[in-house]
Design a protein around this ligand. Structure first.
Ligand code: 76R
Length: 266
């Protein structure tokens, strides 16, 4: 294939977190810096990446965070550069970032594996009921994969971001398990996740080869209760209970740039 910085399948995705430098700021930000902030977080035209989510962040780890996705890595990073350059730059301190790509996981069932799974769960091979379920899955799959690769960010108020690994310790090494075992653990994981449809929407982007953790988990929720509920529930799935290692959690609430400035009293 032709050399390219555009992934063949997914999009680039970076989560960026920042803090305002109260040590440098003495009162509200100068208006030139404020305007730069508003422009940087609401880019227009060619500068506008495919997706840009903005959140004020709870707790002291960051004041605000953004999630940026685009086929082109420079378009993603440009948002960051537009925040840390110019008059605004000296008032802002990056606190964390995570670089990843969207993908369709190898555990998303193919049509064939979906059929096999239904049969393993007791469906009659060749039955009308089985065929109808498989046909419905076949119709839904392209849309679901589209949401995994090029997700729409839901218009929900609460969000949570955390990185995770699958463990490689003696007795719990995910990567020495055979595919069939990993696949059935992920099926259990999917089953418990599906119960949150309509309340939580998740985006799993992969950091393998790109950043310090294997995945970045983005959860959007209608209500913060559901963040707590889904993470608690999934801790009991073997894939998480036995194999998951979690990094720092960032929780945020959807906000436009002016709301972030208001919230931060700037
Ligand atoms: O259609 C399908 O069967 C898709 C199944 C599915 C896969 C392959 C799925 C479903 N996930 C998959 C992959 Mn998930 N997910 C997480 C977390 O906090 C924790 O315990 C773990 C963090 C949550 C909350 C979550 C939610 N998932 C993955 C992977 C990649 C594995 C790989 O490729 O090796 C990780 C790291 C991961 C972690 N997952 C779901 C959910 C929810 C809510 C669902 C069901 C809803 C849906 O499919 O839309």
């Amino acid at each position: 294939p032709e050399p390219s910085v555009i992934p063949d399948h997914g999009w680039h995705c970076t989560h960026f977190f920042y803090r305002f430098r109260r040590d440098v700021l003495d009162g509200p930000m100068p208006s030139s810096a404020q305007e730069q902030f508003l422009r940087a977080l609401h880019p227009t035209g060619d500068a506008c990446p495919e997706r840009l989510g903005r959140y004020w962040i709870s707790g002291h780890r960051a004041d605000f965070g953004i999630v940026v996705m685009d086929p082109h890595p420079a378009k993603v990073d440009a948002i960051h550069q537009s925040l840390i350059s110019g008059p605004l730059g000296k008032y802002i301190e990056p606190t964390w970032s995570f670089v990843s790509l969207s993908e369709v996981s190898e555990y998303v069932p193919t049509i064939e594996r979906y059929r096999d799974r239904l049969i393993a769960e007791g469906s009659e091979p060749g039955s009308d009921e089985l065929n109808a379920k498989v046909a419905a899955y076949e119709r839904r799959l392209p849309m679901m994969n589209e949401q995994r690769l090029r997700p729409e960010f839901p218009d929900w108020p609460a969000a949570c971001f955390y990185p995770m690994n699958k463990s490689r310790v003696p007795g719990a090494n995910w990567f020495t398990e055979p595919f069939s075992r990993r696949n059935s653990m992920m099926a259990e994981h999917a089953q418990s996740g599906i119960a949150f449809a309509g309340r939580v929407s998740q985006l799993i982007t992969v950091g393998v080869g790109l950043d310090d953790w294997e995945w970045m988990v983005t959860l959007w929720a209608r209500n913060p209760d559901y963040l707590k509920e889904i993470v608690y529930t999934m801790r009991f799935d073997v894939a998480s209970a036995k194999y998951a290692e979690f990094g720092p959690f960032y929780v945020g609430y959807k906000a436009d740039a002016d709301e972030i400035l208001d919230h931060c009293r700037l």
